[in-house]
Design a protein around this ligand. Sequence first.
Ligand code: FUL
Length: 466
Amino acid sequence: MYDFEQFLQEASNVKPSERQLRWFDMEMYAFIHFGVNTYTNREWGDGKEDPAIFDPVKFDPDQWVEAVKSAGMKGLILTAKHHDGFCLWPSAYTEHCVKNASVKTDIVGAVSSACRRGRIKFGVYLSPWDRNCPLYGSDAYNDYYCHQLEELLTSYGELFTVWFDGACGEGPNGKKQVYDFPRYIRLIRELQPHAVIFNDHGPDFRWVGNESGSSRHAEWAVVPSELCDFADIQTGPGPLSGDLSYMYNSDPDIGSLPNILYSKGLVFCPSETDMSIHPGWFYHPDEEPHSLERLWDTYLRTVGGNTCLNLNIPPTPEGLLDEKDVKRLKEFGEKIRLSFSNEVSKEARIHEQIISPTQKTICICFDHPVDLTYVTLQENLQSGQRVENFQLRASLYRGDEKVSEKTTVYQGTTIGHKKICPLLRKRRNRTTDTEPLALRTDYLEIAITASRGEADLLPVRIWAKP
Ligand code: FUL
């Protein structure tokens, strides 16, 4: 039987690739669902739409890019083709594309140029499910798909990502399509070696498992290869024998210790949270953007929960982002900037107490009480993702009076790329409190209470009320 300690040591050393690290540092980017559904008011087209309905008379991708940047997003992913098969670029392989639209602009080309002008990254969503292509349901469809992929990979400069939707249907022959993902992945690696690939089963990042903007209680980037079989296995098998083939992205528990012990081997494949700013992915005139509070909560759970946030903003039939969405994105960006504008870590004296190879405490002392709002923890992922559990403990002040020497104020599990720990709280039954209270303290400690190897943290960042 495989040795438990050896396995744990290998688990603590599962490493990301350079391209995964670059992707994680982007933290937040935009999804743009645009196509014939924008004109039919539907979410899924059937592929029978007349291309002439695509008519974005005021199309202005620079307006999109400005709005996306105002929220602090670092990239944009465009639905070059959704399930209806309509292509937003003039593909040589189909007539169901902008060549036959009312506005014949190469939308993919124009958006990629606008991203370059605005200095954000550009990526594409190319739906494998195609309800228009007569070849769908046969091997020949994989050739068709690769031809289209090659057009996108070679005509629009560097792509930061290719996003594969997992949806799959039957072709006109009544057969379910078998997607040749290994072939698609090889083509991307050959033509765009820096692009990260999204797919339900890896290789580079996977679906968080919901579309409502939440990460897991314990969000691991190190997961069983049974879930992500397109990613490279970096460890031997776990010490327990069993079967993890049941595992899927929507499971509440994936990379936790009891699970990985049964794995055939572990891979590095973090998750992405995709969510729309409206209830739907495509634009519908009767839908409103989510509230600022909802977006902020999503940000804390996703970017602050070891995932990247892929936030969809759908253009209107005119080809612009809706002014209400533009306003909300700007407010969202301002909220993020303001919340993380007053860093007090530099004013603190910080030292570490090593308790054991897998437990340590970081002690943070201030000369006077400060009103803390958030603590941001990050692991140096170049070493791997290791922390299993941690606590924040602090002295508590009411005004100038110390009311507690040390109280546990936050309990956390994983850290990974970034864990944002909110310290603000609302007092129950206190209607007089107009805003949440900060944590008033002069001593804070971060206790790593369990880790799969020595925790390797980047410098802790501590934020106070602006
Ligand atoms: C899903 C699709 O079916 C939706 O239309 C949307 O594109 C979403 C991001 O992925 O699987």
